[in-house]
Design a binder for this molecule. Sequence first.
Ligand code: HEM
Length: 153
Amino acid sequence: MKTAFHVLALLAACVCLHAESPAPSTPAPKAEHGQETELNDKMDEMRGAFKKLRSQIANPDANASSLQLVARLRTATEASIPLVPEKTQLIPEADREKFVAAYMAKMKDFLAEVQKLEIALQAGKNDEAATILARLGTMQKEGHREFRPAKKD
Ligand code: HEM
């Protein structure tokens, strides 16, 4: 009887301990810099095309190749518009819709500039193309500052 009492007391203690232990925590939202996301894949495509374009934008002899690179940039940009940035998870729920809409608007502005770049190159206006490319670089920085998860250094 005494043993049965001990067993019961032990069981009760276990139940109490269990009740006091914290509820299983939901995993923290993951929105880290450089994760494997569909948007990061598209961005990698943009990086390759953008880097090469920078090196040859001023050279009219390279315009045929530059137009191919701009087409790659355009395709990746178009594909990026409907994607949702990882950082959205870190935004308070009430502001998320606004955040995603702002991202889409920025990406559409970016696309409009890419289209201007294409027109300038088709017309052989390399100086104008170089100015537009520099603007795209600025838009990249702005887009990353606002919509990309911060780097953990
Ligand atoms: C020339 C233009 C651009 C290039 C070359 C570029 C390049 C990149 C690269 C290489 C990454 C991956 C970063 C990493 O893995 O560390 C990235 C991520 C990202 N970029 Fe861009 N980017 C450009 C323009 C933009 C613009 C205009 C926006 C916003 C409107 C934007 C939004 C983002 C976001 C949100 C991520 C994080 C991916 C995610 O949330 O899944 N980027 N970009």
